[in-house]
Design a protein around this ligand. Structure first.
Ligand code: HEM
Length: 439
């Protein structure tokens, strides 16, 4: 009897522990973590570069369902998708899910960058940035942005028969950052900053193996240089925005401008409607007069074209969160410390949300209230929604105004593009250019 009771006392807790383990391991999403460190990163990066990442993810969904586990950039990861997943992730509070970038981007941008901060630290740094980027502050910069864009077009577009759009847009955005934020005018120092910055960006999404001659290693070295340069500039110019984390984001709208240029060449009717709207505004200005905040408010159709471009070609493919505790989603357990990966194109190209998703149709955004919440998310959403939205909108609208009113263009390469890690059109989008007279 004694033996029976002793055995029972021993077996009950063992059974309890085992049943919990079996139960919780059952609830971890299906899928495989693949090889240590590398996991599925190389296959995913290959799909990004071949512009088949959406297909790659669809294949996972077909195989494992809407929630699956994998390993990306050195960390166990759960992939979730769809409108509910976006809401769960973007509206989550700081005590359950926090922002976490891929290991490579964290090391390159620094562990104390805004994207990584949470709680009071995140609030403090975000508030400083938002106060610089809010519409009231931006209104003061419209004239300066207008001047930079016109100067840029005179240097890189005027008198040219052919322009490769992506590299010249990179120069424009970079010059804008240097001029608006750091008061750093043209010259060798600006060029050195640009070269380091470009090299730093190449390793943002990479397998975090720091060996000589890898992309990641080169990026880390350039990141240290960019950090020193930003510190120097902050010190010299007494600017407040010490973080370098938002520098990569500041270049995202150049991709949107590049893709708008591409779409306007592909869609003559859309181009004509944008031209009409912009010519009306141009006719109301005296020669040399800069655009104003009020002019930007009139560019309603042009902004719908930009939104449709952001839907089909969002500059950010996806991002990561990390669970601070064990988290449940859709009946599955996401263990504490695992990454959660969400991908923006998955709702942007969902035909139940956006009918005929591959068709470029700016009129989808005529009634914005008809777009379901958490389905159009090029700027994210919730407490970490992109604070650069208005800045991006301002620069995109000014650039498109001068581009369409001064030039006509035609594509010289095919329409393909790849993600590396941001979307880049084939050959940098070479175009043939002609001057346009105001009609
Ligand atoms: C077309 C242009 C842009 C797009 C598509 C874009 C997209 C995004 C997205 C999707 C996020 C959220 C990431 C997440 O939740 O994990 C984000 C965050 C952020 N963006 Fe942008 N962005 C753009 C322009 C800008 C600009 C111009 C700036 C700065 C001037 C900027 C600064 C930031 C910062 C600092 C964050 C982090 C916010 C936080 O964690 O609280 N972005 N952006």
């Amino acid at each position: 009897m004694n033996i029976f009771i002793t055995s029972l006392l021993f077996l009950i807790p063992v059974f309890f522990i085992l049943s919990r383990t079996i139960k919780s391991s059952k609830r971890i999403p299906p899928g495989s973590l693949g090889m240590p460190v590398i996991g599925q990163s190389l296959s995913f990066l290959r799909a990004m570069r071949a512009n088949t990442a959406e297909k790659w993810l669809q294949e996972r969904i077909r195989k494992y369902g809407p929630v699956s586990k994998l390993s990306l950039f050195g960390k166990p990861t759960v992939f979730i998708y769809g409108q509910t997943a976006n809401k769960f992730l973007l509206s989550s509070n700081n005590s359950t899910l926090v922002n976490q970038q891929a290991e490579s981007s964290r090391m390159i941008l620094g562990e104390r960058n805004l994207l990584e901060l949470h709680g009071a630290d995140h609030k403090r740094v975000r508030e400083a940035l938002v106060s610089f980027l809010k519409p009231e502050s931006l209104k003061q910069y419209v004239g300066k942005m207008d001047e930079e864009i016109r100067k840029h077009l005179e240097m890189y577009w005027q008198g040219k028969q052919e322009v490769t759009v992506l590299p010249v847009m990179k120069i424009l955005t970079f010059n804008m950052i240097c001029s608006l934020l750091f008061g750093l005018e043209e010259g060798t120092r600006r060029e050195k900053f640009l070269a380091c910055f470009k090299e730093m960006m190449k390793g943002i999404m990479a397998v975090p193996i720091n060996l000589p001659f890898t992309r990641y290693n080169r990026s880390l070295r350039q990141s240290a240089r960019v950090q020193d340069m930003v510190k120097e500039l902050v010190h010299e110019r007494r600017v407040q925005l010490e973080q370098k984390a938002w520098l990569p984001d500041m270049t995202l709208h150049l991709l949107t401008i590049t893709f708008i240029i591409r779409q306007l060449a592909n869609e003559p009717a859309v181009c004509e409607a944008v031209l009409q709207e912009q010519q009306e505004i141009a006719k109301s200005k005296n020669s040399g007069e800069t655009l104003t905040w009020a002019d930007l408010a009139k560019m309603k159709y042009t902004w719908r074209v930009a939104m449709e471009t952001l839907r089909m070609f969002p500059p950010v493919f996806g991002s990561f969160r990390k669970g601070l505790t064990d988290t449940e989603y859709n009946g599955y357990l996401i263990p504490k410390g695992w990454q959660i990966f969400w991908a923006i194109p998955m709702t942007h190209m969902d035909s139940s949300i956006f009918p005929e998703p591959s068709k470029f149709n700016p009129s989808r955004f005529e009634n914005q209230a008809s777009v379901p919440p958490y389905s159009f998310i090029p700027f994210g959403g919730g407490p970490r929604m992109c604070p650069g939205y208005e800045f991006a909108r301002t620069e995109i609208l000014i650039a498109i105004h001068y581009l369409v009113t001064r030039y006509k263009w035609k594509l010289c390469a095919d329409n393909s593009f790849s993600w590396d890690p941001m979307p880049e059109p084939s050959q940098g989008l070479p175009i043939k250019v002609w001057p346009r007279e105001l009609s």
